[in-house]
Design a protein around this ligand. Structure first.
Ligand code: GLU
Length: 291
């Protein structure tokens, strides 16, 4: 299969050195293998996404010498595809409506073990199951905006074969994991739990969208930072449930600031635009990120 990868930034702030590294690495790999490099704008968080940031992404990438194949996929155009995937999971009895707010979850997650902190998974506090129905939810799926929809992880892992939960790591996880990585069904239930697949205010979530879109874009190799290594187990279970092909994953090191902290969107000082304004060249950026 020809190598096909993508860079998938969220237009919620300036691209910084960490993004430059990720995009250049994915682009270099695609070019070295005679493959394809695609761009996807992850703008489902409409409260934070801004057209100006999206325009800056195109401009910074082009300046870095990165060319992407058309068309650019924009997640805000893809809500019907996410809804279809949710409906399939609903029909399988694997998702349920949740009306909890953050405070309900924190209170329920801390209550039983006074003093002990709640269990934290890749998506924050592991959901304590307040709205989880004893039997699969029935009837029609709630309309958009009525409730969040959560995956019933225990039911989900029961409905897929354990052999379906392995992914191939071509980079390395934060602890050096590489090669075939088997996701443990029990750990998915206890350490990850019932993740939100559709936020009430968005009608989807990062996890659902990324899985549906990687399949729609025919991605063979996902290149992204270590910070998303733990989330990959959620993506793998969703691929198994939805019958979607599984790409290989190349998780790469993160670019850190001088104090060792990973760069965040608010690190405007490391924004590519800021380096450009100071007269840096694309070659300087490559050198700064160790490429
Ligand atoms: N949109 C995500 C981010 O900006 C990247 C998602 C991915 O590569 O899977 O962190």
């Amino acid at each position: 299969m020809t190598f096909r990868t993508r860079f998938a930034p969220s237009p919620t702030g300036p691209l910084h050195l960490g993004h430059a590294y990720s995009a250049l690495l994915a682009h270099d790999l695609a070019m070295a293998r005679g493959g394809t490099f695609l761009l996807r704008i992850e703008d489902i968080d409409t409260a934070r996404a801004r057209p100006a940031w999206e325009a800056q992404i195109y401009d910074d990438l082009a300046w870095l010498g990165i060319q992407w194949s058309a068309p650019v996929m924009r997640q805000s155009d893809r809500l019907p595809a996410y809804r279809d995937a949710l409906r399939r999971l609903w029909d399988l009895g694997l998702i349920y409506p949740c009306h909890c707010n953050r405070r309900d979850i924190e209170a329920a997650a801390t209550a039983p073990q006074e003093g002990a902190g709640p269990m934290i998974g890749p998506d924050g506090i592991v959901y304590p199951g307040i709205c989880r129905p004893a039997l699969p939810a029935q009837g029609t799926m709630p309309a958009d905006g009525v409730a969040a929809l959560r995956l019933d992880m225990a039911r989900a892992v029961k409905s897929v074969a354990a052999g379906d939960l392995t992914f191939h790591e071509t980079g390395a996880g934060p602890e050096g994991q590489t090669g075939p990585v088997a996701v443990a069904p029990d750990a998915l239930v206890t350490d990850v739990g019932d993740v939100v697949l559709a936020r009430r205010d968005m009608g989807t979530s990062y996890h659902l969208s990324v899985v549906v879109d990687d399949a729609a874009q025919g991605i063979t190799d996902v290149v992204r930072g270590h910070d998303l290594f733990e989330a990959t187990q959620i993506h793998v279970v969703l691929q198994a449930l939805l019958g979607l092909p599984r790409p290989g994953y190349c998780h790469h090191r993160l670019i850190r600031d001088d104090s060792g902290k990973r760069l965040a969107k608010r690190d405007d000082a490391r924004a590519i635009a800021a380096y450009r304004a100071q007269g840096a060249s694309p070659h300087d950026i490559r050198r700064m990120v160790g490429l």
